[in-house]
Design a protein around this ligand. Structure first.
Ligand code: SF4
Length: 381
């Protein structure tokens, strides 16, 4: 079994580089009932990935899958005893053995109003049920969308529906609960042009879900709001954890990559985080932070320290290109990302921020970042 330190290094490399899927293998796997595809091609969260588990039976990684051998030196090879060999072409050796997290059976079932359940909510990692409750975003409408975002692509492809109802979601939760170790729920949304920026879309839904499943922790994700009362309303509805996602720490890059969302200043984010920490409590507030844009190390480190000092968990992930999109980014350097993870967990230790105590959502799932494993290593957990 790999040691945690090795797992962190390998997970970081896989997050950055992904693996190549040879067409030959896809066909073979499909004939064996293993449904490989290029991961999700739209939606919220890092795209184009499939979930695998390391041999510690604990660490999950959301691996980008490519159909182009030029993208990466890793190739998905033979399956043996439930583990796939990831072959490193540059070293002519096996890089890792990973277990594929199987799709749940409910993906083929339909809700009572006739919608395929996989269009309502998907399992992320192994125990996080995740859905985009509203699949549109005002920045797509006015031509100022974040360049890394695929929220409306999955809608255009017919992989999902525009807006989910509480009833549909409750049916899918029941289906997921009946067959898997589903433990927490993640709700996300596109930003709306209303003053609440979409926060109010969650409140009734969270209340209804909590009424049915009081023990399931719920995570929601929002853009920072001008009026902090919306954060209070989300907590009052029953939300357990919140992600207020600034996405990029370097302001000059944020303006280019997120032309619409960056109109909300860093200072507004800071106010939101401080308020959310007061009402959601310690370790229950996070922010997605993408790296790999060639950002200034100094600005990145300074801002990172500022937000960790506030008590926010930075959920750091490498930026990932969207399949079939014009948005191209160089592959995030795994060694640089590893250094960032190490630096971040030292800051978390220093300021007493513990991602292992987070109750729901991306921080608890952890498939898209190695931040929790790096924290486990430094804490001896
Ligand atoms: S960390 Fe988990 S829940 Fe969050 S986007 Fe990645 S896979 Fe989904």
């Amino acid at each position: 079994m790999l040691k945690l330190k090795e797992i962190i290094g390998k997970k970081t490399e896989l997050l950055c580089k992904g693996v190549n899927l040879d067409d030959r293998f896809i066909e073979t796997y499909r004939s064996e009932g293993i449904p490989f595809e290029e991961g999700r091609k739209g939606g919220a969260g890092p795209l184009g990935g499939q979930y695998f588990e390391f041999d510690d039976n604990k660490t999950i990684v959301n691996v980008p899958l490519w159909h182009n051998s030029k993208e990466t030196n890793f190739v998905l090879k033979n399956e043996k005893d439930g583990y796939f060999e990831i072959f490193d072409k540059s070293k002519n050796s096996i890089f890792a053995n990973l277990k594929l997290v199987p799709y749940p059976n409910y993906y083929n079932r339909s809700t009572t109003d006739g919608i395929l359940m996989k269009k309502i909510a998907l399992v992320h990692g192994i125990e996080c049920l995740a859905t985009t409750i509203y699949q549109r975003c005002c920045y797509w409408e006015n031509g100022s969308k974040c360049q890394f975002c695929g929220i409306e692509l999955s809608l255009a492809r017919g992989d999902t529906i525009e807006e989910k109802t509480s009833k549909q979601l409750i049916e899918v939760i029941n289906a997921a609960k009946s067959e898997r170790k589903f433990k927490h729920l993640l709700l996300t949304t596109g930003t709306t042009s209303s003053i609440d920026k979409g926060a109010l879309k969650y409140t009734d839904m969270v209340k209804e879900i909590k009424k049915e499943f009081p023990d399931i922790p719920i995570h929601i994700q929002i853009e920072a709001v001008e009026n902090l009362k919306y954060i209070d309303m989300l907590k009052e509805a029953g939300t357990d954890t919140i992600g207020i996602h600034i996405e990029i720490l370097d302001d000059s890059i944020r303006k280019v990559i997120c032309p619409g969302k960056s109109r909300t200043s860093y200072e507004v984010y800071e106010k939101n985080w401080i308020h959310a920490l007061e009402i959601f409590g310690k370790n229950q507030v996070d922010s997605f932070i993408l790296t790999g844009f060639g950002e200034s190390t100094e600005e990145f480190s300074n801002k990172l320290e500022k937000i960790v000092k506030l008590g926010v968990i930075p959920f750091i992930t490498p930026v990932r290109p969207i399949p079939q999109s014009k948005f191209k980014v160089p592959i995030c350097n795994p060694l640089m990302l590893l250094t960032i993870f190490e630096h971040t967990v030292k800051l978390m230790k220093k300021f007493n921020v513990n991602p292992l105590k987070n109750k729901a959502g991306c921080v608890r799932c952890g498939a898209c970042s190695a931040i929790t494993e790096a924290y486990r290593l430094i804490s001896g957990n």
